[in-house]
Ligand binder design. Structure first.
Ligand code: NDP
Ligand code: GDR
Length: 366
């Protein structure tokens, strides 16, 4: 039997790397869109990408950009995918306030470009769009499902609402198997370093080893529903295997504050924290720590302060997903809970920080 062919935009990102692994394990031929950068940007997939001169691996990378319709059309005609996973985006909410037009171009228009390329190529393929809980924005309901109205409050979220409705429109207007996965926050050791979870785990690792004194964050009260990225890519794949196309919320159904994420990660290093002050003066102080595990750290050390530069012009206060449909229709459920996620990310970043320290101590790194 011929291998199924998948095309992933955003393959070099967090989700793209997990999805590529999953599809290769299922026997797919995988093609990924990679944008040109002045330095290598494939670190998340280097472990699965091998020199095509050496080995016949079913993973192919193609240069292109979501701003380039002609390139997208040409690639689809060449690749002839059975399934498209559209993950490419300027995905940072805070950055979108500073790069609103660019974000709209890549996220909203980029999705139109890709769907038009599918339509004009006459392809009979299935299409997954990476929609987001950010579309709910300043929502008032405690939990959000597929019927909850959108109230976006950032350029990123507004662009994603456009991409969401474009996907629905191509399904209704042209009968395309096109679906939105409304994914709540999902993280991993491969998460971009400037998202709050990874920023916390990297900083705590450096603080534990005495390489950094203090971490600076913005809003600690924000509540998010955090899951593990690989679980969410499993849901994306399942969505494209259904008999009929429809949209699904993908979430754990459990929410925590940013403060709780920090506490949980610190606890996994044997550090307990005490929070005092409020608003911009809030700090976190080390209450207890284990000298055997974190010899550089002393009780009483202030390891967290607030920096107003990390506050957003408009914030999403609280999100928590109701993934009942995904559980019942897709048979999907997250395999990794909040504590396991914190421990996984913390262990990864501690090991990475130790490795770096060893290299530096032996003169092999800066
Ligand atoms: P990342 O930021 O890690 O990855 C984004 C990917 O898009 C990267 O491969 C990036 O390339 C690529 N990209 C960015 N701009 C362009 C462009 N102009 N042309 C082509 N490629 C581009 O995001 P995630 O993996 O975390 O998220 C994947 C998708 O899911 C995104 O659409 C995101 O908005 C959405 N999403 C994510 C959630 C999450 O919690 N992670 C939750 C809900 C939705 P490069 O590597 O070169 O930067
Ligand atoms: P989010 O993720 O905006 O939810 O978007 P992020 O990790 O950036 O922020 C989560 C919450 O933490 C608060 N916060 C900080 N955030 C960052 N980045 N840096 C800080 O220093 C900081 N301090 C507090 C934020 O204000 C926010 O409330 C992510 C992205 O992956 C999107 O692409 C995706 O669509 C959504 O998740 C679901």
């Amino acid at each position: 039997m011929n291998k199924k062919v998948a095309f992933i935009t955003g393959i070099t990102g967090q989700d793209g790397s997990y999805l590529a692994e999953l599809l290769l394990a299922k026997g797919y031929q995988v093609h990924g869109l990679k944008r040109r950068a002045s330095s290598l940007n494939t670190s998340r997939i280097d472990h699965i990408y091998q020199d095509p001169h050496q080995q016949d691996l079913p993973l192919f990378l193609h240069y292109g950009d979501m701003s380039d319709s002609l390139a997208l059309c040409g690639l689809l005609q060449k690749i002839q995918p059975d399934e498209i996973y559209h993950l490419a985006a300027q995905s940072h909410v805070a950055v979108s306030f500073e790069a609103a037009e660019y974000t709209a171009n890549v996220v909203a228009l980029g999705t139109i470009r890709l769907l038009e390329a599918v339509r004009l190529s006459g392809l009979n393929c299935r299409f997954f769009q990476a929609a987001t809980s950010e579309m709910y924005g300043k929502v008032t309901s405690l939990m959000q499902n597929e019927d909850t109205p959108f109230r976006p409050c950032s350029p990123y979220a507004i662009a994603k609402v456009g991409a969401y409705w474009t996907t629905v429109n191509y399904r209704e207007a042209y009968g395309l198997f096109a679906v939105n996965g409304i994914m709540f926050n999902h993280e991993s050791p491969r998460r971009g370093e400037t998202f709050v979870t990874r920023k916390i785990t990297r900083a705590l690792a450096a603080i534990a080893l005495g390489q950094q004194q203090c971490l600076y964050l913005g809003n600690l009260d924000a509540r998010r529903d955090w899951g593990f990225a690989a679980d969410y890519m499993d849901a994306a794949w399942r969505m494209l295997q259904q008999d009929t196309p429809s949209d699904f919320v993908i979430a754990t159904g459990v929410q925590h504050t940013v403060r709780e994420f920090l506490q949980c990660c610190a606890a996994s290093l044997g550090i307990s924290l005490s929070f005092s002050g409020s608003g911009l003066t809030e700090i976190a102080t080390v209450l207890h720590c284990d000298p055997a595990r974190t010899p550089a750290l002393q009780p009483g050390a202030v390891i967290l302060r607030i920096d107003p530069r990390y506050l957003r012009p408009s914030e999403v206060p609280s999100l928590c997903g109701d993934a009942t449909r995904a559980r019942t229709v897709l048979g999907w459920q997250p395999a990794t809970d909040f504590t396991a996620l914190c421990q996984m990310m913390m262990a990864h970043d501690l090991a990475q920080a130790k490795r770096q320290a060893l290299l530096e101590a032996n003169g092999y790194a800066r």
